[in-house]
Design a protein around this ligand. Structure first.
Ligand code: S3P
Length: 166
């Protein structure tokens, strides 16, 4: 089976939902950010600091290329993976791509105290989040085979909606 690829903003629940989905179906689970940290031996914010966002995106694109070639896997991608056209093309070619959709207020509630997302370490992180969502939402829709709202769903409800649709 082709990989199930979860896309969506940071805070949308890709990792939590991906883990639950994989466990219920005996699939492997990979979080792309965790895999990059394991591979480089350093946390994501330090990769951004040392190599800039472009360096991070290069590493992310190479990793996604490898992961998409696998079978029977659920992949939680980083929220910014769709910003690269090469990744969008990869997502369209392979994988069942699921957009976990959440509105700004829900994302902000989950992320406001977060210090692990380098893109939100700015004077007005909520405005940044809003701008990123506006820019990326069309890309998530473009690559998605399936769109699942996560706004008020409990985890089990979201996983169930996904299972019914897959
Ligand atoms: C990013 C999202 C993060 C991580 C990095 C950049 C983004 O992943 O890849 O901080 O550009 O939105 P999550 O979506 O898992 O938080």
């Amino acid at each position: 089976m082709e990989p199930i690829v979860l896309v969506g903003m940071m805070g949308a629940g890709k990792t939590t939902i991906g883990k639950a989905l994989a466990a219920r179906h005996g699939l492997s689970f990979v979080d792309a950010d965790e895999a990059l940290e394991a591979r480089t031996g350093v946390p994501i914010p330090l990769i951004f600091e040392l190599e800039g966002e472009a360096g991070f995106r290069d590493r992310e694109a190479r990793l996604l290329d490898e992961l998409l070639a696998k079978e029977d896997l659920v992949i939680a991608t980083g929220g910014g993976a769709v910003t690269r056209a090469e990744n969008r093309l990869r997502f369209k070619r392979r994988g069942v791509v699921v957009y976990l959709e959440a509105p700004l207020e829900v994302l902000w509630e989950r992320l406001q105290y977060d210090r692990t997302r380098p893109l939100l370490q700015v004077p007005d992180p909520k405005a940044r989040l809003q701008a990123l969502l506006a820019e990326r939402d069309p890309w998530y829709r473009e690559v998605a085979d399936l769109i699942v709202p996560t706004r008020d769903g409990r985890l089990s409800a979201v996983v169930q909606t996904l299972e019914e649709a897959l």
